[in-house]
Design a protein around this ligand. Structure first.
Ligand code: ATP
Length: 194
């Protein structure tokens, strides 16, 4: 049985960058949020459920998930968002379990933005949080996505506060400087997990 390490962080924290470093060090990473995006298209059991919840327009004429439509539907509607997540999350969990069965390394990583929010850390051996100062994260996302300061700030404002995540995490990577430092911290953390 491999040890599953949960890897998380808020918007622009650098968790995907850390995940790529982890892969470079030879350990596999399951990208939950990316997989969720594929699963809504790959898993035919989900389609009728999502259409029933949000409408037929949830999928286009080619049976492809209409992300924009769905996002608009659930925007500012917590209940609908929760119902949607209750459809998608179990499918992602099963997909993850299949993936775990195929792994041969003793340490494997699960990248997910909502590790603590969904209490997925309970199913992990340990959790790693990537964090950085708000202004640094905002600046990085503005550069990466061409978003405005206020746009990034508003997404950030809806996420679990860093203070709470810091309390819950087993290991913390402070990503306030450069990529070399980030890689060094990542390496240390991987090889200190026991
Ligand atoms: P999101 O949840 O928004 O997808 P994330 O936590 O996965 O974000 P990344 O995409 O890894 O974050 O990083 C955000 C941006 O900041 C990327 O463009 C990345 O290249 C850059 N970045 C991350 N860490 C550093 C660093 N230490 N120095 C410079 N740039 C960085």
């Amino acid at each position: 049985e491999p040890k599953i390490i949960g890897l998380t962080g808020g918007i622009g924290s650098g968790k995907t960058t850390v995940a790529k470093f982890i892969e470079e060090f030879g350990f596999p990473v399951y990208y939950s949020d990316d997989r969720a995006k594929d699963i809504v298209n790959e898993n035919d059991d989900l389609k009728p459920k999502i259409k029933e919840l949000l409408g037929n327009e949830s999928y286009d004429e080619n049976s492809l998930y209409n992300r924009k439509f769905v996002a608009e539907k659930v925007f500012n509607n917590k209940e609908l968002l929760q119902s949607l997540n209750e459809i998608i999350h179990p499918a992602v969990r099963l997909d993850f379990e299949d993936w775990v069965k195929k792994q041969t390394k003793y340490l494997i990583f699960k990248e997910t933005a909502l590790l603590f929010e969904l209490k997925l850390n309970k199913q992990c051996y340990q959790s790693v949080l990537v964090t950085a100062e708000d202004n640094i994260r905002i600046k990085r996302v503005m550069d990466r996505d061409g978003k405005t300061y206020r746009e990034v700030q508003s997404v950030m404002g809806k996420q679990m506060p860093e203070k709470e995540k810091i309390k819950l995490a087993d290991c913390i990577i402070y990503n306030n400087t450069n990529l070399d430092d980030l890689k060094d911290q990542t390496e240390k953390i991987i090889f200190e997990i026991e």
